[in-house]
Design a protein around this ligand. Structure first.
Ligand code: XMP
Length: 518
């Protein structure tokens, strides 16, 4: 057993693959704790964690490139646990142990049929002799290292090997992607059988452990938490509540930029269903005031961010001396990204988050979700009885409706956008589409167009509907909402919302567009 937490640990070394986080999420889904490190992390650091298994990820480089990412040495000399190489990791192992890797003009990309040629291999235990796999590589292992045995192949090439005595395995294909339907079984064989770890990374064990850690960290101190109504801050508050009860004060600010009725309904959930020690603050008029006359989106963000901190600090001062601040930081926010030549450049995430609270408060952070992916946070929330309506809510930006009103934020514009948002959400829920969509919202445009209602000419504003599918918000595709649903939304908006006579649907993807319009 290893790791700083009391769980068996699998370590994934990242060589710059776009799927590295996916490997981690698959392993977590098996109920096993795992962590991602850049390939060039020091061996000492990893040894101190005493992993039960190592996985080398794929990556964009070629093992024979001069500046290809390499390991500090032969990992078999440093670790006795099983090792699995995937794609680039497979080629790296081949080369390290004396095999040959060569480039080819014939790139294997996409689906392929894999034949298991050594059915007794523990990696393919319980699997059929042929299976569909997904591949993306240009280099091939053309000579297998001495002592290794080929265990699977495609028409084009050797695709998996093993060395049972040293417990080193490699696969050229990607078992972590959904296009390899039985990939999870291969990972299960590696993790649960070959590495022989316990599947003890479960929501109740995580909660139990975090509750202990929070109690140890906070001792008799006082804690403050900024709630946004979203999944992360709510689940973080729920765990801290489990640990220290009412010594946590939660502050929820009504900026007036939330969805229709959201402040009231969420306060009700926090107080009555979750028994949180809540301080709701009505700052609607202050936010409207600070946004008066502001058109520029970044200026809106700056002003909202500044005022949010001001309001939060005022409210926190009323609680008296506070020592700790709860933050809903997630694991993807803290994974160190690797920079590998030829790979996707390190992810640029805009940090315009209203929840970003002041360093000047000098509060020590309590971050109970720091080890978790978003889907794990939801599972934890379920275990903590956080209502489903919060756990399945679409992400909502910190500056709220202010960035969905193009131009000045006025009480009239806010009234329109809230109504339009309510109609859109209602119709998506009725059509059973809400949960399959990442985000859906209206945008109020600052232009008027001509229409006709009854016998009268109208000259009113336009609503643009935006709905996207996405996995993480970094890239997105416009949602293919059925036309009849769009038609209902449009008819209702034009007839129910005063000041709107036209509805359009945004069919741009990210990139090159962004999800929000501002
Ligand atoms: P974009 O518009 O950059 O949005 O494609 C990506 C994701 O981030 C959200 N978003 C924000 N979240 N404060 C936030 O907390 C912001 O200022 C902000 N701007 C965009 C957006 O809703 C989407 O989920």
């Amino acid at each position: 057993m290893g790791s700083e937490l009391n769980h068996d640990l699998i370590i994934i070394l990242d060589f710059g693959s776009q799927y590295t986080q996916l490997i981690a999420r698959r392993i977590r889904a098996l109920g096993v704790y795992c962590k991602i490190f850049p390939y060039n992390v020091s061996v000492d650091k990893l040894q101190a964690l005493n992993p039960s298994g190592l996985i080398f990820s794929g990556g964009p480089a070629s093992v024979y490139d001069e500046d290809a990412p390499r390991l500090e040495g032969n990992y078999r000399d440093f670790f006795s646990c099983p090792i699995l190489g995937i794609c680039y990791g497979f080629q790296l192992l081949a080369r390290q142990f004396g095999g040959v890797v060569e480039p080819s003009t014939n790139r294997e990309y996409g689906h392929a049929r894999l034949r298991v040629i050594h059915p007794a291999s523990p990696l393919f235990k319980g699997l059929p002799p042929e299976l569909d796999v997904w591949l993306s590589h240009g280099d091939y292992v053309t000579k297998i290292p001495d002592g290794f045995q080929p265990i699977a192949e495609t028409d084009g090439a050797l695709n998996a090997f093993e060395n049972l005595s040293t417990r080193i395995f490699g696969v050229q294909f990607h078992p972590e992607v959904s296009h390899t339907p039985m990939g999870i079984e291969i990972l299960r064989n590696f993790i649960l059988n070959i590495c022989d770890v316990r599947g003890d990374w479960t929501p109740d064990s995580i909660i139990h452990e975090q509750v202990g850690l929070i109690q140890e960290q906070v001792k008799g101190g006082k804690v403050v938490c900024a709630l946004s109504g979203g999944v992360d801050s709510t689940v973080a508050a729920a765990i801290v509540h489990e640990a220290i009860g009412d010594r946590q004060s939660c502050i929820f600010v009504n900026t007036g930029l939330l969805k229709d009725g959201e402040f009231e309904s969420t306060c009700g959930i926090y107080e009555r269903q979750m028994s949180l020690n809540l301080r709701g603050v009505d700052a609607q008029s202050r936010f409207l005031h600070t946004l008066k006359g502001v058109i520029d989106p970044e200026e809106k963000r700056k002003r909202i961010g500044r005022l949010f901190i001001e309001v939060f600090e005022e409210e926190a001062a009323r609680i008296g001396h506070v020592d700790f601040l709860v933050q809903g930081t997630l694991y993807p926010d803290v994974i160190e990204s690797v920079s590998v030549k030829g790979g996707p450049s390190s992810v640029i995430k805009s940090h315009h988050n209203v929840g970003g609270l002041p360093d000047t408060m000098r509060l020590e952070l309590v971050e109970p979700l720091r080890e978790l992916f978003k889907d794990e946070v939801r599972n934890l929330g379920r275990e903590l009885k956080v209502p489903e309506v919060i756990l399945t809510r679409h992400p909502f930006p910190g500056p709220g409706q202010a960035v969905r009103i193009i131009g000045e934020v006025t009480p009239e514009a806010l009234a329109i956008i809230r109504e339009a948002d309510r109609v859109f959400e209602e119709e998506l829920r009725l059509a059973g589409l809400y949960d399959s969509i990442w985000q859906a919202f209206p945008v109020l445009l600052p232009i008027s167009t001509v229409g006709v209602m009854g016998d009268f000419r109208t000259y009113e504003k336009v609503i643009a509907l935006r709905a996207v599918t996405s996995v993480d918000g970094m890239t997105a595709d416009w949602a293919r909402i059925p036309h009849d649903v769009l038609a209902r939304v449009s008819t209702r908006m034009v007839s129910e919302i005063k000041g709107i006579n036209r509805v359009v649907y945004d069919i741009s993807s990210k990139p090159p567009s962004t999800i929000e319009w501002e």
